[in-house]
Design a protein around this ligand. Structure first.
Ligand code: HEC
Ligand code: HEC
Ligand code: HEC
Length: 217
């Protein structure tokens, strides 16, 4: 009887020690992960975390504090109140807000009556890596933007005629001309916005000509 009691106490102690062990290593791992992620991306302003969400113009580090106009502008936290939220950028889902009729962007700077030239055409860009393929939707873009914002300077208007990759985007070219500046940024939470088409179940990475010629096994 006594032996059984001791055995139980020892087991309970052992479990407690094991549990504490796992807690410590999980916290350490999290710390290490954070350190490696942030140090790998310090060069990249697009992946940098902002200190304050939607700071007022005078505190956002973009507007000139010495300019009186800066202090007249409506602070974003007031302007964005009631709009559907998102997890990144300025935390507003602009596409939803527009489609819900909560915004009426003026399509022409001078004439308030000009209607947008909306085109509903999705372009699928098959990605060679294992991430989901990219769907570029013309509709949410042309609701705000005239074709000439992109064609022909940023993109030749022809499917797959443009070379696009993440390095270019993160350096502020191609999609990165706008994404990360005036539209939702590249963050670990926004990948799925662009990479939205799941790969087929039987998808295999394409092989280069070299590895087809000389298979390594
Ligand atoms: C935000 C940028 C952007 C805007 C604005 C835009 N496009 Fe595009 N367009 C693209 C991209 C990206 C592609 C795909 C290019 C590729 O795959 O290499 C494309 C492709 C096209 C294509 C080729 C389709 C095909 O099947 O080959 C046409 C035509 C086109 N756009 C017309 C338009 C027209 C007309 C407008 C205005 C109503 C417009 N685009 C507005 C970015 C834009
Ligand atoms: C000329 C500026 C511009 C360029 C270039 C551009 N976008 Fe956009 N994009 C916008 C704006 C503005 C919106 C709408 C506001 C927002 O969602 O941030 C938008 C919205 C989107 C959306 C819709 C998000 C939703 O909520 O449904 C996707 C997806 C997207 N862009 C992908 C791309 C991809 C992929 C490229 C490059 C092939 C690209 N964009 C190039 C300006 C641009
Ligand atoms: C604004 C849209 C957009 C966002 C957001 C985005 N991507 Fe991409 N990504 C693209 C486009 C466009 C390509 C080029 C596709 C092609 O080959 O035509 C691409 C390509 C890639 C590739 C293939 C390698 C390369 O550079 O071409 C990888 C891997 C990738 N993205 C990962 C990610 C990850 C991870 C995230 C989130 C941190 C992300 N992407 C966010 C648009 C986006």
């Amino acid at each position: 009887m006594i032996m059984k009691k001791y055995l139980l106490i020892i087991m309970a102690l052992l479990l407690a020690v094991m549990y504490m062990g796992t807690v410590a290593t999980a916290a350490e791992k999290e710390e290490a992960k954070k350190a490696s992620v942030s140090s790998a991306n310090v060069f990249n302003r697009l992946l940098k975390k902002e200190k304050t969400k939607n700071a007022a113009p005078a505190d956002d580090g973009i507007h000139d504090v010495a300019n009186d106009g800066t202090h007249v502008l409506q602070p974003p936290l007031i302007a964005y109140e009631g709009l559907p939220s998102s997890d990144f950028g300025n935390y507003v889902d602009w596409v939803k807000s527009l489609n819900a009729g909560m915004l009426k962007p003026r399509y022409d700077r001078f004439d308030p009556k000009v209607e947008p030239l909306v085109m509903d055409l999705d372009i699928v860009r098959e990605v060679k890596a294992s991430v989901p393929d990219v769907v570029f939707p013309h509709k949410p873009h042309t609701q705000w933007l005239h074709c000439s914002n992109c064609h022909p300077k940023i993109f030749i208007p022809q499917r797959n005629a443009n070379v696009i990759n993440m390095s270019a985007i993160l350096l502020g070219q191609k999609c990165g001309v706008c994404h990360g500046k005036v539209s939702f940024p590249i963050t670990t939470k926004s990948c799925k916005m662009c990479h939205s088409k799941e790969k087929p179940k039987d998808w295999k990475p394409p092989q280069s000509e070299a590895s087809l010629k000389t298979p390594w096994r």
